[in-house]
Each structure stands twice: as C-alpha cells, then as structure tokens.
Design a protein around this ligand. Structure first.
Ligand code: ZN
Length: 246
C-alpha cells in the first residue's frame, strides 16, 4: 500500500514540470527515436519500430482509405508541431513555446515549412533509392549537413520526470531551424548503423510509405500487414478463385 502512490506519482508526472523554459526557446532531443523506445508512454510497438526520419518521410502520405483522406502534415505549421509532439520529438512545453513563436513570426514559421518539405524530399529519395543511388545519398547528405550546420547550440543531458535520462540539444538563435535537427539526426543514425539496405518503399504501388525491414530474412514487402499486406493477400486469393475451373 505504501508503494502504490509512489508509482502513480511517477507515472503521471508531466514532463512539463522541468523548470527550464528560460534556458532557451526550444530544447530538442537529438535522439528522439531512442527516447521514444525508452519511454513507457510510447503507445505500443507500432511506433517504436519506425525510426523518426522514416515516420517523417511518411507524413506526405495523402492516400485515401483507412478511414478517410489523410492530409500532408507539412501544409500547416500547427499540424507539423502536432506531429512533432505526437512523435515525441517535442514535449508539450516546448511545442507550446514554438507555437507562440510561430504566432509572433508567421514568416519564419512558413519558411520552416518550406524547408522541412525540402529536407523531406531528400530523405524520401534516400529511403527509396539510397542503397542503389549515389546521387540520392549525396543529396541527402547535403541536406542533413545543411540542417546540422546551421543549428548552433549545446548538447545537454537532462533528467526526465519519469526518472530516466535524455540527451537534449539546446538551441541558440533560430528556433525554427532547430526543429529539423532530431529528424536529420535520426537519418544520420540509420546511415551510421548501416540500415539503409533495409529501408524500402511498400510493394503496393498505390502506397508510398517507406519502412525499415527488421525481419530476420529481410524480405518484408509491405509497410503494414494489417492494411497493404492484407489487401495483397486478398487480391491473390481472388486471383486463385478466378483461375479455378467452373
Ligand atoms: Zn503500404
């Protein structure tokens, strides 16, 4: 009975408790993918499987189906910040800070969206063709280094409300420019880890989603078995039925 309140307190303690708002406008974790993996709040295995940069590439997904039309999250700055927050790249406090900044500097926010789309296009080419195309790799490296190069700041280690630790990046200067740092950092981690050969596009021609194949045999074809994989299975089944003699 004595331990229950302690556990509860740790579970519900909001990350916003950290009194660090004065240090900088935005504090970003450069290893957001690692942090998402370690977070007990991560909602299941679905999110931990996809590196942040591939999830970011998939934000251009505007296909129909699965409950309606999806919108490109880079059409609206607020939606982009929502996505960064949902992906654990920004916590609630920092997301609120960048929203305030966007309200004060709408031109800066708009420019950062244009920039994010440019980085995303290079990362999509890297995901789809990077293992075969030196040009796709070179273009992506240029974009990654452009983002890393213009973001001045300090790396820090911070204790989180749940008792864990997170590496963070405290920016100075352009807060908007720093938004892309954790995303390109995630791509850098994948390249360093030699994962590129396992990154590919879904085999369904109507689906543009990219994924990291973590299966043992490396022969995964669909972004998701529950959607594209199932559709392909049903199509094969129909084809077999059709071929049966009547
Ligand atoms: Zn798919």
């Amino acid at each position: 009975m004595a331990t229950a309140p302690t556990l509860l307190a740790a579970d519900v303690a909001p990350r916003a408790l950290s009194p660090r708002a004065h240090v900088a406008d935005v504090v970003l974790p450069p290893h957001a993918a690692l942090r998402a993996d370690a977070s007990p709040a991560a909602d299941g295995a679905a999110r931990t499987a996809a590196p942040t940069w591939l999830a970011f590439v998939n934000t251009d997904d505007a296909r129909r189906g699965d409950g309606g039309r999806r919108a490109d999250v880079l059409l609206d700055f607020d939606v982009f910040v929502d996505w960064l927050q949902a992906s654990d790249v920004l916590d609630a406090e920092r997301a609120a800070g960048i929203r305030r900044r966007a309200y004060q500097q709408p031109a800066g926010a708009a420019a950062s969206l244009v920039d994010a789309r440019r980085v995303r296009a290079a990362l999509r080419a890297l995901a789809e063709r990077g293992s075969a195309s030196a040009k796709a790799r070179g273009d992506a490296l240029t974009e990654i280094n452009r983002v890393l190069g213009r973001s001045a700041g300090t790396r820090r280690l911070e204790e989180r409300a749940d008792g864990g630790y997170a590496r963070t990046f405290v920016t100075v200067g352009d807060a908007f420019a720093a938004l892309m740092v954790p995303i390109v950092d995630s791509a850098a981690e994948s390249l360093i880890a030699g994962e590129l050969a396992r990154v590919r596009r879904c085999a369904d021609p109507r689906c543009a989603r990219v994924f990291l194949d973590t299966t043992k045999n490396g022969r995964r074809r669909w972004c998701d078995m529950a959607t594209c994989g199932n559709r392909a299975k049903a199509a094969r089944h129909r084809a077999r039925q059709h071929a049966l003699p009547r």
